[in-house]
Design a protein around this ligand. Structure first.
Ligand SMILES: [Zn+2]
Length: 177
């Protein structure tokens, strides 16, 4: 369900040769991949800051417990983090849906992992270039590192590997080195 050419953030396009994959979670508890993909394709996610280059928040894939939906071609940049900073310029953006039900959440994380693995293979992206949004200090916000994907961070930061996170998942993110 690709955002239509020329509309909703695709009236301007910036080419992408991805060397990173950036993992997010939506912050919209209970909303599915289909809801997000339909929203993005219909222009529902207006930019929230003046630094956004296209007027809309866009990203490449949204993943939930039953499917992964692509919203942008892989050769154009999204606007999923930090706008004109290096994140959008270098990375494919994946949003993992958030669920209260631990089984649905675990299934969404598992599906996102599979998608990420496939993209790593397709694009030749190494594991140390698969990073949480947190990895990128925000240019316009004093270098703040966002609590994202919040479902995989502990108290807003990467925790020790294998530590159960607040939602009960053990799929936490290793501290970035
Ligand atoms: Zn994020």
């Amino acid at each position: 369900m690709i955002v239509p050419l020329g509309r909703y953030g695709r009236h301007i396009e910036f080419p992408l040769q991805a060397t990173y994959i950036t993992i997010h979670s939506t912050g919209n508890t209970g909303a599915t991949a289909l809801q997000h993909a339909r929203g993005m394709a219909g222009g529902a996610f207006r930019a929230r800051t003046k630094w956004n280059r296209t007027g809309y928040m866009t990203w490449h894939f949204t993943v939930d417990d039953v499917q992964a939906i692509q919203s942008l071609p892989l050769n154009i940049q999204g606007d999923h983090a930090d706008h004109d900073g290096p994140v959008n310029a270098t990375s494919i953006g994946i949003e993992i849906c958030e669920f209260r039900d631990p089984a649905r959440q675990a299934a969404a994380i598992d599906r996102a992992t599979r998608l990420t693995t496939w993209l790593m293979y397709e694009k030749g992206i190494p594991l140390d270039h698969v990073v949480p949004h947190y990895h990128w200090p925000q240019w316009h916000f004093h270098g703040n590192q966002k609590n994202c994907p919040r479902i995989l961070l502990e108290h807003g930061r990467p925790g020790p590997a294998g530590t159960p996170s607040s939602n009960g998942s053990t799929a936490t993110i290793d501290p970035w080195r």
